[in-house]
Design a protein around this ligand. Structure first.
Ligand code: MG
Length: 399
């Protein structure tokens, strides 16, 4: 009998304040299994159900070597496709199949994808603070550690608004003022270039917090400060506005952590309206669609900057790093930083040294998962509130 899938399981754990979902695919070969990331932190129960109740019965008995066939099978099985729950469930399995393939070939996944274009992956870190002086302090700490690319924010996404005139009786939410945020962001960049200089690359994430025309204005006003990139100035629903951004300035644009469907990004790449594609790999379905997207972007001179927040499991971060190592059009990798518990629960996960993240050279994704330890950190079941983002007059806006 050839190799067959014998089990598919989703396991969710919360070791450092995020619900993380890992998928394990077992086979009939002794010791041969794979791990993948299916982390959709705010809907983890839905993803677990999709994996355990629908993908497992679909996949058991099939040959794990046929990654492309199984990706297509999972993608069309529910008839409706390209949704975040479905894509994350597929991603968990897809990454695990690449992990298995690497173990069978006795090669790291980056070798399966064509081999290394670089020895390690340069990353950017996040510096925030309540005022430009505090942001500068945090920037200098990263610079001392050898980091050359730093995302700067003042008061988080949308800034810290003061003296808002909000009508009595307005609902609860995360309130912020777009006009204040706009002004303070331009001031922050002017301050940083004056005090820190030009030897460091700066990024900024607007998290779609501005109305579309104000996003165009922000890209234009930040142009003199020569950003490495300006991120998520427009939501997936408003992508056509990027044409106006391009007509007005040359600020490099990064977008895409919310994309689930190729139709959300194909025209942005073909028309060269963005400079960095920033998808969240599990949200688009795993390594199989990500490697195609990287190649597609390369043709049009668009670089990759895959999403790397805390709510991607270390298995997902490992997948990012293997994609980064093998892509000629790799730009930069977001790295959120991890506490010791992450390295304890996920032995073999990539490590940061002097501004670069290194993968190990073990077969597959090179990462393990201590399920017994994970049980000590159970997932938290609640309804998140931070996404109730509102303008000063109480109107809901995208988070
Ligand atoms: Mg972002």
């Amino acid at each position: 009998m050839g190799i067959q899938i014998t089990d598919v399981r989703a396991i969710t754990t919360n070791p450092y304040g995020c619900n993380l979902t890992v998928v394990r695919v077992d086979t009939n070969q002794p010791g041969l299994y794979g791990l993948g990331c299916a982390t959709f932190t705010y809907r983890w129960k839905a993803v677990e159900c999709m994996v355990n109740e629908y993908l497992k019965p679909l996949l058991v008995g099939r040959d794990p070597a046929n990654i492309e066939e199984l990706f297509q099978l999972m993608n069309v099985n529910s008839y409706w496709r390209n949704g975040p729950v479905t894509n994350n469930a597929i991603s968990g399995v897809d990454m695990a199949l690449w992990d298995i393939k690497g173990k069978l070939a006795n090669m790291p996944v980056y070798d399966l994808l064509g081999g290394k274009c670089r020895q390690a992956v340069e990353v950017y870190r996040h510096a925030d603070g309540p005022c430009p002086e505090k942001v500068e302090e945090n920037v200098r700490k990263f610079m001392d550690e050898g980091v050359r690319h730093i995302r700067i924010q003042c008061g988080g996404y949308g800034g810290k608004a003061v003296d808002m005139n909000t009508p009595a009786g307005s609902p609860e939410g995360v309130y912020y003022c777009p006009d204040q945020y706009f002004r303070k962001t331009v001031e922050l960049f002017a301050y940083m270039r004056e005090h820190v200089g030009w030897e460091v690359e700066f990024c900024h994430d607007t998290h779609e917090r501005l109305p579309a025309i104000q996003s165009v204005q922000l890209a234009k006003e930040l142009e003199p400060f020569r950003l490495y990139f300006l991120e998520d100035i427009l939501s997936p629903e408003q992508g056509e506005w990027f044409r106006m951004v391009r007509q007005n300035c040359t600020t490099p644009i990064a977008n895409g952590e919310l994309y689930n469907n190729p139709k959300e990004y194909d025209f942005l790449i073909k028309e060269r309206l963005i400079d960095f594609i920033r998808c969240h790999i599990s949200q688009i379905g795993g390594i199989t669609p990500a490697k195609k997207l990287a190649v597609f972007a390369e043709v049009f001179g668009v670089r990759t900057a895959w999403h790397g927040p805390g709510d991607v499991s270390p298995v997902g971060h490992a997948a990012n790093i293997h994609l980064d190592l093998s892509a000629p059009n790799f730009g930069i990798q977001e790295w959120c930083g991890f506490t010791d518990i992450a390295y304890e629960m996920f032995p073999g996960m990539p490590v940061l040294k002097n501004g670069f993240v290194w993968a190990n050279d073990k077969p597959g994704l090179g990462i393990e998962f201590d399920e017994e330890l994970a049980k000590k950190y159970p997932a938290v079941h609640d309804v998140t509130k931070w996404t109730q983002t509102r303008f000063p007059d109480g109107t809901m806006h995208t988070p």
